[in-house]
Design a protein around this ligand. Structure first.
Ligand code: MG
Length: 367
């Protein structure tokens, strides 16, 4: 089996809430997503998706996905999409870095491998744990009252885990965390995610200011060293996200006891192959995980669902259902949230089929 064509489709994904805001005044109203299609000489086609959280979150941007594919895809024509280690080695040989560019191709090839095997991707990723898995809801930054109301609303829809977008001035962030904590009940989980937005002195004030609140602190500062400094000053459970983007950084953070939970975003690691490697390592090391991506729609949500559903539940802190945040559906068969939980499709591969009326004409085709 050989790859004969790689194409990419650009899709705009507006948000039900109108906009999504996080630390440093960053916000996005319409996400620019790229759906990657890999086709083979014997008629199989797999799909992946890459959707950066705007150009100012991780070192990734939407047009960079498509520019990178133009550079990378010609090297992959003729390769066997089922041989994922060989494929990933060739991607790393042909293009140094730019993990997010490779992610959509890798996901699409897992989709093909599943279809060829007649198995859902979660079987190939290790197996299915239970009927479904737990989701969190990201709460866009707003006033403390707005965020508490948003949590109450999503709690009424069944979510029990909430990730607050903080990372502004310390006083307001302390108010945000306290206002939201008041609407939660026993068993709920609260994460305050600063998305690198605090300087250490501000982070130190926030963690002290909410010392009596049951809250996880996520990625308070920009650098790993600053996060580690805050980690050592607080008793709150601690999550790292933006600074953990490889096996090397994961191992360093484990050695330093720098986190209790790590956020595995598929495109940050470069696809399901490498995210799965990180996931399995976390299970071996005893580190809980959030499994998600930077953003996305139906295809990203399907990929997340297979990696999350094949993760032992005691290690899966949360996962994300991005397709419920956006107004546009790009694929049939994508998993849907149900009372704050989700299940991966039992169909072969990712279990999705693109909606061609939404995708339109490809932005690029390499063959
Ligand atoms: Mg985060």
């Amino acid at each position: 089996m050989r790859i004969t064509r790689i194409s990419a489709y650009q899709v705009d994904l507006p948000l039900h809430e109108g906009r999504y805001a996080w630390s440093g005044g960053k916000s996005v109203a319409v996400f620019d997503s790229t759906i990657v299609r890999v086709e083979t000489d014997d008629g199989f086609a797999g799909h992946g998706e890459v959707c950066p959280l705007g150009p100012f979150y991780l070192p990734a941007y939407a047009r960079g996905v498509r520019a990178g594919l133009t550079e990378l895809a010609p090297h992959l024509i003729g390769l066997d999409p089922r041989q994922l280690a060989v494929l990933n080695e060739e991607m790393d040989r042909a293009l140094k870095g730019h993990a997010y560019v490779k992610s959509g191709i890798d996901i699409a090839c897992w989709d093909i491998l599943g279809q060829v095997s007649g198995q859902p991707a979660y079987v190939l990723l290790g197996g299915r744990y239970g009927e479904d898995f737990v989701l969190y809801r990201a709460i866009s930054q707003g006033t403390p009252e707005e965020m508490a109301q948003s949590v109450a609303n999503y709690r009424a829809e069944g979510y029990r885990r909430f990730q607050l977008k903080v990372g502004a001035d310390a006083e307001t962030d302390i108010e945000r965390i306290r206002a939201v904590a008041e609407v939660l009940e026993s068993g709920d989980r609260l994460v305050a995610d600063a998305n690198t937005g605090w300087l250490p002195h501000e982070a130190a004030r926030v963690v002290r200011g909410v010392e009596d609140v049951d809250v996880y602190i996520e990625q308070p500062c920009l650098s790993y060293e600053s996060c580690l400094s805050i980690r050592r000053r607080t008793t709150h459970p601690f999550v790292l996200d933006e600074t953990i983007d490889s096996i090397e950084t994961l191992l360093t953070a484990h050695r330093d006891d720098a986190m209790d939970v790590v956020n595995i975003k598929i495109s940050k690691f470069g696809g399901l192959t490498k995210a799965r490697q990180a996931r399995d390592l976390c299970v071996s090391l005893g580190i809980a995980m959030t499994i998600e991506d930077s953003w996305g729609g139906d295809v990203t949500t399907a990929a997340i669902s297979h990696l999350a559903h094949s993760t032992p539940p005691e290690f899966l802190f949360t996962a994300t259902d991005f397709n419920s945040y956006v107004t546009v559906s790009t694929a049939e068969g994508a998993p849907q949230r149900n009372h704050g939980r989700m299940a991966a499709s039992t169909a072969a591969g990712l279990g999705i089929a693109p909606r061609w009326d939404t995708l339109g004409e490809p932005a690029l085709v390499i063959e």
